[in-house]
Write a protein that binds this ligand. Structure first.
Ligand SMILES: [Zn+2]
Length: 122
């Protein structure tokens, strides 16, 4: 099976050029990353002290439409030893353009005393 590298259409063997765009066909498509690469540089906006906080903040940002990457820096090691050597669990990265908004959300999250239940909930 051959493919057009431009429009990614499949063609029968024997066809040399794409009928849509005229490009020479290839046997393999170029690798497509599973996740589209972010269109910008990533910056660290938060150093979560542990995975739970990291995931909570990542979920908060995603709820607000900010794409983020949670990156663990923990070296697999004996429990406890790693905790003592690592002052932080990892990093939370966002696109440069989302940095200010992300930091506002994180500050709000961190300064909120407790998650308050709405009055008369349940
Ligand atoms: Zn084509």
């Amino acid at each position: 099976m051959k493919y057009c590298p431009n429009c990614r259409t499949e063609y029968r063997p024997g066809i040399k050029n794409c009928s849509d765009c005229g490009r020479p066909l290839a046997y393999n498509l170029p690798d497509v990353p599973v996740e589209a690469p972010p269109d910008g540089d990533l910056v660290s906006v938060f150093d979560p002290p542990d995975q739970m906080i990291g995931q909570a903040v990542a979920a908060l940002l995603e709820d607000n439409g900010i794409r983020c990457i949670l990156k663990s820096e923990q070296i697999p090691m004996y429990d406890g030893v790693a905790m003592m050597l690592q002052s932080r669990w990892g990093q939370l990265l966002v696109l440069v353009g989302d940095r200010i908004r992300a930091q506002e959300l994180i500050n709000e999250y961190l300064s909120a005393p407790e998650q308050e239940e709405p009055e008369g909930g349940k």
